[in-house]
Ligand binder design. Sequence first.
Ligand SMILES: Cc1cc2nc3c(=O)[nH]c(=O)nc-3n(C[C@H](O)[C@H](O)[C@H](O)COP(=O)(O)OP(=O)(O)OC[C@H]3O[C@@H](n4cnc5c(N)ncnc54)[C@H](O)[C@@H]3O)c2cc1C
Length: 348
Amino acid sequence: MTGYQLAEDVSLAGRNTFHVAARAAIMADVTRAEALAELFDFAMLRNGPAMVLGEGSNLLFASDFPGVVVCLAMAKVDIIEDDGGHALVRAGAGLAWNDLVTWTLGKGLCGLENMALIPGTVGACPIQNIGAYGVEVGEFIETVEAFSRRTGQLKRISRADCGFAYRDSLFKAELDQWVITAVEFRLPRQRELQLDYAGVREELALMGVAAPRAAHVAEAISRIRTRKLPNPALLGNAGSFFKNPLLPAERADALKAEHPPLPVFATDAPGRRKLSAAWMIESAGWKGFREGDAGISAQHALVLVNHGKATGAQLLSLAHRVADSVQDKFGVALEPEPRLIGARWNDA
Ligand SMILES: Cc1cc2nc3c(=O)[nH]c(=O)nc-3n(C[C@H](O)[C@H](O)[C@H](O)COP(=O)(O)OP(=O)(O)OC[C@H]3O[C@@H](n4cnc5c(N)ncnc54)[C@H](O)[C@@H]3O)c2cc1C
């Protein structure tokens, strides 16, 4: 039993939520973490290009991938410790994130409810420390188990060493050095629910729920997300394409004085404020724009969309035009949130 299977010249069109028709020179489907050492010992893999692919919901293939694309199938989920107040849940990297959220809620565990319906896999959740509606996953992760390409061994990395920050982690800083094989979450049976993010209380009221439990919050957030974001199964996209830019407070305040409706948010970073990229893009006239099959969602100005057959290069070129026009109008540089494969943002 090798625990992996190799295939050559594989289409990635069904493996990324933009539905871009890229190809992988080699695809390795892995079913056992222990097989990674043998797989990466192949000469072509030892030093050659390799990347891990989850559901492809946070990347854009600007070209074909010339090396090995590693996909992890391990999707087991178990409670491995339980003291009544908290449980330690271990989930395989290949499990769908939302299936984990639903499974934990079904076991009476809370913590992940605000992150319901985020696409992607468990293995990818630590990479950018996924977060939504005021909660980030790093808060609940106890240990990440990952294969290190440098040492050729599996390693257990505790939360303190994961370097979690806003949409960031150690793994993002050292992309492709780590193959995350499993994640362990410590989840409480009771906690104060986080309902303060825009729209959650209102949605619960619409649902007729006066005393919400975690499962109600997950349901409310799933309903809001379904209304606000285009469904990648129907319209190719990778969620928010641009990060909200962080600016020195003085510059942010000057922009706000010049454009009073511009949403500006406080941040934990001293002397920095966060600006709404969506507002700037919409105000530069891009919401609902379409050229060929590349476009900007009519539902949400932060979302770059593929209406059908747009190539990664066409989508990237539109993203650059959007960023250039925001730069011209507001003097603010936008950066993409998804990983670009086969291109560098600042090279264009
Ligand atoms: C409609 C939509 C809404 C979204 N909303 C949110 C949101 O609210 N909050 C949020 O944080 N994100 C959001 N995202 C982004 C995305 O869902 C997350 O970043 C998710 O964690 C990506 O998972 P994935 O399995 O698709 O990863 P992929 O897109 O396949 O990969 C993303 C990155 O992680 C790496 N990677 C993946 N798996 C592993 C692994 N096992 N080991 C090592 N590296 C790995 C890849 O190499 C790549 O660099 C949204 C995306 C979409 C399409």
